[in-house]
Write a protein that binds this ligand. Structure first.
Ligand code: ASP
Length: 579
């Protein structure tokens, strides 16, 4: 016996008259006084089965037992549908299988939800993920992801990159998140850390002379989950020796162009535009600007230094957005709430109504010069942030993104890719009163800062870059430090004692001292990329088996408790029992 001759998405007019065998899931059964219709589905599509008691009495009898999601095998003749019953919306819509033999291969218990049901609770979907994944949207997302990964592999290999696998049980590799740790049984009291990225390992493949490395790597970051964060993220991880920035950008751009072409049938413009971090921050208030729309941040600080309005006068920076709409008090109150969430104390504004009259509680405090600067077309609202510079970026950047969506300023059909480069090398952790690396501690300073980054860490720039599409960060990378002395100096600046440097990164410093080539690379998030490609807002819906926002897998129940025996073997005592 053969299970099938065709996939259920394949039968078309050309096959009419042929004997086919199909197998798949019953998506729907309809009884039409005698005739029974079943939509038979597999991942390629749906074919309609017709079971006519006059043609196949036994099959018709059996067909009454069919419920949704039963697995069936059907033999029969492919026939053309009559003109009135042709369904132009489906590729197999002109034909149907006239069933002669039917087999129920396996049955299903009553379903916890129907596959075509909308707004099913996500926990329920995750609990029965095998069913959820049968839905058309998830089939499409996961298939698109596989297709994309295939293209990535072909492009990387064509460009001479070698797929090298790196260990999952390793040592901390700092990328700014908390580590997942795994206790060692053989070395009681010791722990592995799951890599936050293969950063150090890929650098070692360069020291080892492999020249070009890539991997579709899983990175583990114990973060508090937000809508767009997962704890296990998948990256295309890349590294090259004797790095050539143009070549690296070019390989990535070609790869994206091909993904967009082959997966979406869309041509995207290459090379991608480039912008320094300073420009992105100044014009858009963010390091990942959505350049599908304008609405740029403007700076009024030069004028407001001598303001009569205390809030402006005393602020390090006063910046504003000219929103092309006359916003109501209600709108403004909502925006103020949002601004406060981003750390603003309030939201000052000027509204220019349709007559061009200004409406604002602060207008009376502003000088002629200030009013002249803010003067806008009728039907405009000017929104201000007055604070330290980074705080004004944070608030106006967030308002800009929000308003772009809210006011329909975004061309939803567009894809705007952008490289942002020359990031600051360090940022101050105010709570801990020390410097931290903006990218990671292995990132090299730009040529200009090589000799003096430690003298002025606040302004030092890193040879680092991010790739942005439509305001989403797809990933980023940098050129690395290959000189052990510079690496040690960075560690020192980050507050690592010599002892800590040795215990945490001794192997790296040693390797760098044994003939390390210059190197650089990048990592791009596969999950995020799939979201953008599929136009899918839910990160979990581009991952086959994701965890929920509490880091729990409702399907298997992970994370779960272990036996006392296992704990004893590991030398671990649990102090806090799970709730
Ligand atoms: N390891 C970095 C990351 O995971 C990427 C890189 O610098 O190549 O973000």
């Amino acid at each position: 016996m053969i299970w099938r001759t065709h996939m259920t998405g394949e039968p078309t007019k050309e096959l009419v008259g042929d004997e086919l065998v199909l197998a798949g899931w019953a998506a729907r059964r309809r009884d039409h006084g005698g005739l029974i219709f079943v939509d038979l589905r597999d991942r390629t599509g749906v074919t309609q089965l017709v079971i006519n008691p006059e043609v196949a009495a036994e099959a018709a009898e059996l067909a009454h037992q069919i419920r949704n999601e039963f697995v069936l095998r059907a033999e029969g003749t492919l026939v053309a549908r009559s003109a009135e019953t042709v369904n132009p919306n489906m590729p197999t819509g002109e034909v149907e299988l006239q069933v002669e033999n039917l087999q129920i291969v396996s049955r299903s218990t009553p379903l916890p939800f129907q596959l075509d049901e909308e707004n099913v609770d996500e926990t329920l979907r995750l609990r029965y993920r095998w069913l959820d994944l049968r839905r058309e949207k998830l089939q499409r997302n996961i298939t698109l992801r596989a297709q994309m990964v295939g293209i990535i592999r072909r492009e990387m290999e064509a460009a001479g990159f070698l797929d090298i696998q790196t260990p999952i049980l390793f040592k901390p590799t700092p990328e700014g998140a908390r580590d997942f740790i795994v206790p060692s049984r053989l070395q009681k009291g010791r722990f592995y850390a799951l890599p936050q990225s293969p950063q150090l390992l890929k650098q070692l493949t360069m020291v080892a002379g492999f020249d070009r490395y890539y991997q579709i790597a899983i990175c583990f970051r114990d973060e508090d989950l937000r809508a767009d964060r997962v704890q296990e993220l998948t990256q295309l991880d890349v590294e090259m020796s004797f790095p050539d920035q143009e070549l690296l950008y070019d390989v990535m751009e070609r790869m994206y162009a091909r993904i967009w072409r082959e997966a979406l049938g869309r041509e995207i413009q290459t090379p991608f535009p480039r912008m320094t971090f300073e420009e992105a921050d100044r014009r858009f208030g963010t390091d990942k600007p959505d350049t599908r729309f304008e609405l740029e941040v403007e700076d009024a600080t030069a004028v407001t230094r001598s303001s009569q309005f205390g809030v402006f006068k005393n602020a390090d920076a006063v910046r504003f957005l000219r929103v092309p709409q006359e916003l109501s008090r209600g709108d403004l109150a909502k925006l103020e709430e949002l601004a406060k969430e981003w750390g603003a104390k309030g939201l000052a504004y000027l509204v220019y109504d349709e007559e061009g009259e200004v409406r604002s509680p602060i207008a009376k405090f502003l000088s002629e010069e200030e009013l002249a600067l803010f003067r806008s077309d009728p039907g405009t609202t000017v929104l201000f942030a007055a604070d330290r510079w980074p705080a004004t970026s944070r608030v106006l950047g967030a308002l800009r993104t929000h308003l772009g969506k809210e006011l329909g300023l975004i061309d939803e059909d567009a894809f705007t890719f952008l490289w942002v480069y020359d990031f600051p090398m360090f940022e101050r952790d105010e709570d801990e009163g020390r410097w931290t690396a903006v990218h990671h501690p292995f990132t090299r300073p730009t040529n200009d800062w090589q000799e003096r980054f430690h003298e002025d860490p606040e302004h030092a720039l890193a040879h680092a870059y991010d790739l942005i599409v439509n305001g989403n960060e797809l990933g980023g990378g940098s050129f690395r430090i290959h000189e052990p002395e510079i690496q040690a100096k960075v560690f020192e600046l980050l507050g690592l004692s010599e002892e800590e440097q040795r215990s945490k990164f001794g192997f790296l410093l040693e390797a760098l001292a044994m003939g390390a080539p210059p190197m650089g690379g990048i990592a791009l998030g596969i999950d995020r990329m799939t979201m953008v490609l599929a136009g899918e807002p839910n990160l979990r819906d581009v991952i086959a088996f994701p965890k929920n926002q509490a880091g729990v897998d409702p399907m298997s129940g992970a994370p779960s408790e272990v036996t006392q025996e296992q704990l004893d073997e590991l030398g671990i005592r649990v102090l806090e029992q799970p709730a």
